[in-house]
Design a protein around this ligand. Structure first.
Ligand code: F6R
Length: 365
């Protein structure tokens, strides 16, 4: 059942601390990432010259976070390809390309076909799948299961964050396999990963505060979501979530790109959700927020606790995220974005779990 919640989506959002723990803990031995159960040899993490992530929708958005992590920490190039487009751009993959296919259902036909093609080209492959024994799991050389449990709401939530959790583990194991990090750095990264469930729980405790933030968006026609880097990646997902369950038009925009295009669309009637979680991006992001504020937009700002913000007055809708090391801030921030989408849908009286025209598993191209 729905565990006492009105919709599965809420239940599944609330389950995240637990399922993240169930996804990471079995893969940590002596404080270090471990894929011996999965039989993944370090060699394939060590030898690849680039990575190609293949996925659709939410799973592809998880891949974008993985790209940032791996490029920053491992220093190899990562492509994230929409599986439905993969074949139409004459994909260049070979034995030096590690393919990571990400899929909750494990049955998405586009992802499956792209994975099979890459394997024919000689690429080693790992799939990140939630449903045990699914086609994509069987079609890949190695599989890492997300232990999210059954995801029933059509809009994906806990599958996404468990996919992220696996990508942190892969990043750390890759660093280990390549001898890139001192022991201390590895252990501290893994400690921070293990802190994710408790930090998520803290955010979930503030559900009613997030419900009030959702009120800013409830009657909007259009919403923009702006950020840079990792903040932009999670906003792509937050924006998809809002569109899917509330039917409000929403666009995630890389903050720096706004003035190359759509800033003219931002008016008093366009709420803007801004996420600022990365120290190195903060000042640029804040100045982009000023630009939309000067066009009258009401801004819902997600920022780390303890960050100082001047001009208190202007910041009427600020949500303070519990602090983690910057690469992990996507975890608490994602929960807030999921809950915003959920509450908008709920307050509109929509069928949150079954948005019109969407199917949970997409087995046609
Ligand atoms: C969004 C959503 C879809 C799926 C996409 C891929 O909430 O659920 O975007 O993420 O259809 O599905 P899987 O992960 O099953 O391959």
């Amino acid at each position: 059942g729905k565990g006492g919640y009105p919709f599965y989506m809420e239940k599944e959002i609330m389950e995240q601390p637990q399922v993240i723990a169930e996804t990471i803990l079995p893969r940590i031995k002596d404080g270090k990432p471990d894929f011996s159960e999965e039989g993944i040899p370090d060699q394939i993490l060590k030898d690849c010259k680039r990575i190609c992530v293949i996925a659709c929708g939410t799973a592809m958005h998880a891949g974008l976070v993985g790209k940032s992590l791996i490029q920053a920490m491992i220093g190899i190039h990562v492509d994230v390809v929409m599986a439905s487009e993969f074949m139409y751009n004459d994909p260049v993959v070979n034995k030096d390309t590690l393919v990571i296919a990400i899929s909750q259902s494990g049955e998405t036909i586009d992802t499956l076909e792209a994975l099979k093609f890459a394997r024919k080209c000689g690429s080693p492959s790992i799939s990140v799948v939630n449903v045990k024994g699914a086609s994509i799991a069987r079609a890949s050389e190695y599989v890492i299961y997300t232990n999210a449990g059954p995801e029933i709401a059509v809009a994906s939530t806990k599958a996404y964050t468990t996919q992220l959790a696996v990508l942190y583990l892969i990043t750390a194991r890759m660093a280990m396999a390549r001898g890139l990090w001192e022991e201390e750095r590895l252990l501290s990264f893994m400690n921070e990963l293990q802190r994710v469930p408790q930090v998520m729980a803290k955010v979930l405790d503030t559900k009613e505060e997030i419900h009030r933030l959702a009120g800013v968006i409830l009657n909007a026609q259009d919403v923009f979501m702006i950020g840079r880097g990792l903040d932009y990646s999670i906003l792509l997902e937050g924006s998809l979530k809002l569109k899917e369950v509330s039917y409000i038009h929403s666009e995630a925009y890389a903050s720096g790109e706004l003035k190359h295009g759509t800033i003219a669309l931002i008016t008093e009637d366009t709420p803007v959700v801004a996420v600022v979680t990365q120290d190195k991006l903060k000042s640029k992001e804040i100045s982009n927020i000023r630009e939309v504020q000067s066009r009258g937009a009401r801004v819902v700002l997600l920022i780390k606790e303890n960050e100082t913000l001047d001009e208190g007055e202007q910041w009427s809708c600020v949500y303070r995220l519990p602090k983690m090391d910057d690469p992990f801030m996507v975890m608490p921030a994602s929960i807030v974005l999921q809950l915003i989408a959920y509450f908008v849908s709920l307050d509109k009286g929509l069928d949150v779990d079954k948005p019109r025209n969407l199917a949970k598993v997409v087995t046609v191209e």
